[in-house]
Design a protein around this ligand. Structure first.
Ligand SMILES: NC(=O)C1=CN([C@@H]2O[C@H](COP(=O)(O)OP(=O)(O)OC[C@H]3O[C@@H](n4cnc5c(N)ncnc54)[C@H](OP(=O)(O)O)[C@@H]3O)[C@@H](O)[C@H]2O)C=CC1
Ligand SMILES: CC(=O)N[C@@H](CCC(=O)OP(=O)(O)O)C(=O)O
Length: 358
């Protein structure tokens, strides 16, 4: 079978280089093009020496015509609003787009404008895209595969890292009707690569090392994305209080959610609901009762591990924790998982490895 030609836009970014790494090891894909504006003309392995011997590509400018000539599929690992400019240009040239930015995740363009402080310039695409969390939305992604098989370029909006882990942690409780209120509290911790390659005062080693801090408190832009997803799962408006934290890890993300338990819910009910919900999801492991996940167990992978408990002392509370790799299931590996589905390839092709020892 001929390899599918792939372009990674934003290839020198942390999410982009992880997509490149996965595509280079993918049995059905070929890394045909990698773009970067600042480093155009430089070899990718000059920016990332670990790619020496594995990739001799020279970085190109992200020009839609050039991308469309070189590739059938484009992963956009670029900041939000950058994708707004590129995506319509690539789709109309017949290129299928996996967008890792937030630009097409929110169904309501007004909510996007409110949280991203910029008007949405291609709202007509929002009804054509699908939110690419396969464990929640595989049917919608498969529908895109049918449209692509019929010759149409399609767009998958790949979820953010925090929304991915938080949705996987909360979904079984909500879909099983175990939550007694509309409030979900989510506390999450991310490694520094979540902030991207451009270090700043918050993410510079000397500030991030040996320190943990909450940020974006009561205003993080992932709040509406998480609320949108959990409300769809619950079938009613859910209200989310989301607090991210930065930890001195290169990569790794843990999201712990708290939901008031409905009357009569037992610890056994909760464990059974989580195990049943993800029983047929090879990338999601529900740990045995009493166990909680660690980010090292999913480092560098597309995998997620979930642990759940019931605190029955006073305000009976379901507590669930999900560990992912922010660049893996939180970004690049999930993007490849979506691409596999849309391209009618085995869903885990190129991404089913377990974590290495960190
Ligand atoms: N880091 C993470 O853990 C996660 C990131 N994401 C999302 O993935 C995307 C990339 O994130 P990340 O890799 O961390 O970011 P980085 O800042 O590390 O990389 C961004 C990349 O995009 C390129 N770029 C920037 N602006 C443009 C533009 N206008 N047109 C084309 N290319 C552009 C940059 O290179 P140059 O400017 O030279 O072209 C760079 O290669 C973001 O939307 C982010 O929110 C999603 C989930 C997790
Ligand atoms: C540690 C850190 O800074 N993390 C980033 C999350 C990156 C991400 O997932 O952003 P997208 O929604 O654009 O994909 C943040 O909090 O903004």
């Amino acid at each position: 079978m001929e390899r599918i030609r792939v372009c990674v836009v934003g290839a020198t970014g942390f999410a982009g280089i992880e997509v490149c790494r996965l595509v280079l090891g993918h049995p059905n894909m070929e890394l045909a093009m990698a773009t970067d504006r600042k480093e155009a003309g430089t070899r990718l392995d000059a920016v990332y020496p670990s790619f020496a011997g594995a990739c001799d590509l020279e970085l190109s400018l992200p020009e839609p015509d050039t991308i469309a000539q070189a590739a059938d599929v484009a992963f956009l690992a670029v900041p939000h609003t950058a994708s707004l400019a590129l995506t319509p240009e690539l789709l109309k040239r017949g290129v299928t787009v996996l967008d890792l930015s937030a630009d097409y995740r929110l169904h309501d363009p007004e909510v996007y404008e409110q949280w991203y402080n910029t008007p949405h310039t291609s709202p007509e695409l929002l009804s054509q895209t699908v939110y690419g969390l396969p464990e929640l939305n595989r049917k919608g992604i498969l529908a895109l595969a049918e449209r692509r098989a019929a010759g149409q370029a399609v767009l998958v909006s790949v979820p953010g890292c925090y929304p991915t882990a938080t949705a996987l942690a909360a979904t079984p409780a909500l879909s099983a009707g175990l939550a007694g209120s509309d409030l979900v509290i989510a506390d999450a911790i991310s490694g520094v690569s979540g902030a991207g390659r451009g270090a700043n005062a918050r993410t510079h080693y000397c500030h991030a090392n040996e320190s943990v801090e909450a940020y974006g408190v009561a205003k993080h832009r992932h709040t509406p994305e998480i609320e949108q997803t959990l409300s769809e799962v619950a079938g009613r408006q859910m209200n989310v209080v989301f607090t991210p934290h930065l930890a001195p890890l290169t990569r790794g993300l843990l999201s712990t959610v708290y939901l008031e338990a409905a009357d009569g819910v037992t610890a056994e009910d909760v464990q059974a609901a989580y195990e049943a919900r993800f029983a047929n999801e090879p990338l999601v492991t529900v740990l045995p009762a009493g166990s909680m996940p660690s980010t090292s167990s999913v480092f560098g992978t597309a995998r997620a591990q979930v642990g759940v408990a019931l605190d029955a002392r006073r305000r009976r509370t379901i507590i669930a924790s999900c560990a992912i790799d922010n660049l893996g299931k939180g970004a690049a590996a999930q993007a490849v998982q979506n691409a596999n589905i849309v391209l009618d390839l085995p869903e885990l092709a190129g991404i089913d490895m377990p974590a290495p020892l960190v």
